[in-house]
Ligand binder design. Structure first.
Ligand SMILES: [Ca+2]
Length: 362
């Protein structure tokens, strides 16, 4: 009996392979409760369930990017492989995730003054979200001087109180670890020069993520995905954080100014006398040189190419104002921001934060 394998069969098999669901990797390798687990691969459109180790089935996962799924690690997560269910089939991850618990070991120095650094040592500290000083003074992870798996360094905040006390270490799951006792001395700190330019009555705010006339910042999440609207626990400020690498995509964007009850003007008569500003915060564990190929968009016009080196390598967890005058592009005369899109576009690594896209007179 003759069995033939016509060439077209081979072709269709290859085509089938290309459309098959496939997990390339799953990260991070070590996961604490409440942390986001990312699954990267291809052909995820038919995925209906993510099965975590110990057969925990999750249906309400998120599609956080092209060929990327994410799921928040539930409490009681076990070590093991992750499985995707798609079209009646199961697909296993090539690597395992490991469920870990943050632990505290030591804090030093044991006598500190406000404005000085204090170091907390332990294990699996990467996903700690806050350190709380006596009198409930919160230092958000955003502002840690250093954050690694085994070490957190924070500056003792001026609002805390004199005397002996413990620091509370808050993990992503909300679990609180407590340090041993340290002694804190509150001292007068000379006025620190802020690296952020003030917002004045003459500032034209294009995008500050705060609520204006029933319109809140959640409308302004990045169109490119991989961003979140976050709130600073210390200051109450709302801003945009990049949660996954953005590759030549929208970072800040807004095209609805006409819909909100704004009090500021939406045009200028003399662009040559104005400077574009925005605030950026680069956490200590992120490399700002990964911010590349940046361009501004104003009034729906893609006339404002900047390129690389728009932001510094790091801002050490502090907000810093970036300034670019319109004269960089020889812009003069009337510019209108009230219709169309205003924003920032480009390549930005995970973790960088943005706020207050604005126009100021020089
Ligand atoms: Ca803001």
């Amino acid at each position: 009996m003759l069995v033939s394998f016509p060439a077209c069969d081979t072709t269709s098999d290859q085509a089938a392979d290309v459309t098959e669901t496939y997990i390339k990797m799953i990260y991070p390798e070590k996961v604490v409760t409440g942390q986001t687990i990312y699954i990267v691969g291809s052909n995820f459109k038919d995925v209906t369930e993510i099965v975590l180790p110990d057969n925990i089935t999750i249906k309400d996962f998120e599609r956080t990017g092209f060929n990327q799924l994410s799921v928040v690690a539930p409490s009681g997560l076990k070590n093991g492989f992750v499985i995707l269910r798609a079209g009646g089939k199961e697909y296993k991850s090539p690597n395992e995730i490991k469920a870990v618990t943050p632990t505290f070991s030591v804090v030093f120095p044991t006598a500190v003054k406000t404005g000085e650094e204090v170091t907390i040592k332990g294990e699996n500290l990467l996903e700690v979200q806050q350190v709380i000083f006596p009198d409930d003074i919160v230092v958000d992870a955003l502002h840690f001087k250093r954050k690694s798996d085994t070490e957190i360094i924070v500056v003792v905040p001026p609002g805390t109180i004199n005397g002996d006390g413990v620091l509370k270490i808050v993990t992503l799951s909300g679990t609180i670890l407590t340090t041993t006792i340290i002694s804190i001395e509150v001292i007068e700190i000379p006025d620190e020069t802020s690296k952020v330019d003030p917002i004045t009555p003459n500032t034209i705010i294009l995008l500050d993520y705060e609520e204006h006339g029933g319109h809140n910042g959640y409308w302004d999440n990045g169109w490119g995905g991989n961003t979140e609207i976050a709130k600073d626990a210390e200051t109450g400020n709302t801003f945009l954080r990049v949660t996954g690498n953005l590759n030549n995509n929208w970072v800040m964007n807004c095209n609805h100014q006409g819909n909100i009850t704004a009090t500021w003007p939406w045009s200028v008569a003399d662009a040559e006398n104005y400077i574009i500003k925005f605030d950026v915060l680069i956490p200590s564990d992120v490399d700002g040189t990964g911010v590349k190929g940046m361009q501004f968009i104003f009034g729906d016009k893609w006339d404002y190419w900047f390129g690389d080196n728009l932001v510094p390598k790091t801002t050490d967890g502090e907000w810093v104002t970036i300034r670019v005058p319109f004269t960089k592009w020889n812009k003069q005369g009337f510019l209108d921001f009230k219709s169309g899109t205003n924003g920032l576009f480009g390549t930005v690594p995970k973790g960088v934060c943005f706020d207050n896209l604005r126009i100021d007179p020089m």
